[in-house]
Every structure is written in C-alpha cells, then in structure tokens.
Write a protein that binds this ligand. Structure first.
Ligand code: 5GP
Ligand code: ZN
Length: 122
C-alpha cells in the first residue's frame, strides 16, 4: 500500500498545528480531536502522535501510550453528547475502509437502531 510520510500526512499536520482541528485532549503522546466528516455528532478520533500508517507498525509502548487515553475520551463523548452507547473502531488497509494512513481510533456515540458501523470499502 502506498502511504506517505509525516510531511504530507493530514493527521501529522493537525498534530503540528498546520491544519485546524477541535481538540478534546492532548498529551505528550496522543491527541483526540473531532472527526472532520463525522459519521454522526460526537465522532472523535484518538491519534498517536507518532507517524505510523498501521496498527501493526506500533510498538506495545506506542499503543499503550495512546490507548490509555481511551476511557477519558469515551467519558468526554458520553458527557458531551449524552451517548446511550459508544463504539470504538480502528481500520487498517483499504479493505477495512482506511483512508488516512496514520493510525487512529474512532470513538463515537451509538443509539438503538442507528445502523452505523458499516465501513465503506476503499
Ligand atoms: P479511516 O477511514 O481512515 O479509518 O478514518 C479517517 C477519518 O479521518 C474519517 O472518519 C474522516 O472523516 C477523517 N478525516 C479525514 N480528513 C480529515 C481532516 O482533515 N480533519 C479531521 N478532523 N478529520 C479528517
Ligand atoms: Zn502522520
């Protein structure tokens, strides 16, 4: 798969502050911001600051440093959007619907019968 480096990566640009975003939280290792084309209101992305295209590129330490923020992000989504339910998803490769080749975790509110979690094929 053709990916690109940190210089022309959308999420690296957001992390460097070269593109705007609505940030929920930021640590030394990770950032969470609103999805620019949300599946629904409250769709948030948790993104490791390290530029890695796929989950398989992350070391256990890289993974832990961003995933430890997951409860805090989910709590913020629950509080801000009164989510009945919350899904967490992570796509790798075009067949899984990945379009941005910098690892990220989707966190989004769910409600009964919302019909979400239908990832498009790339
Ligand atoms: P993927 O399909 O790769 O798992 O998810 C990529 C996500 O990034 C999509 O949900 C898409 O809406 C979001 N996205 C794409 N470009 C931008 C952008 O420029 N800013 C923000 N905040 N989100 C983006
Ligand atoms: Zn990147």
């Amino acid at each position: 798969v053709a990916t690109h480096g940190p210089d022309d990566c959308i999420f690296c640009k957001i992390i460097r502050g070269e593109l705007p975003s609505y940030k929920l939280l930021e640590t030394e290792h990770a950032v969470a911001f609103l999805d620019g084309f949300p599946m629904r209101e409250g769709h948030v992305l948790l993104v490791p600051k390290i530029h890695a295209p796929f989950i398989t590129d992350l070391s256990p330490e890289d993974a832990a440093q961003s995933l430890k923020e997951l409860p805090r992000v989910a709590q913020a989504v629950q509080k801000a959007y009164g989510a009945e339910g919350i899904s967490v998803a992570q796509n790798n490769g075009a067949p899984a619907g990945q379009v941005v080749f910098h690892v990220h975790f989707h966190i989004f509110p769910r409600e009964q019968g919302d019909g979400l979690l239908k990832w498009s094929q790339g």
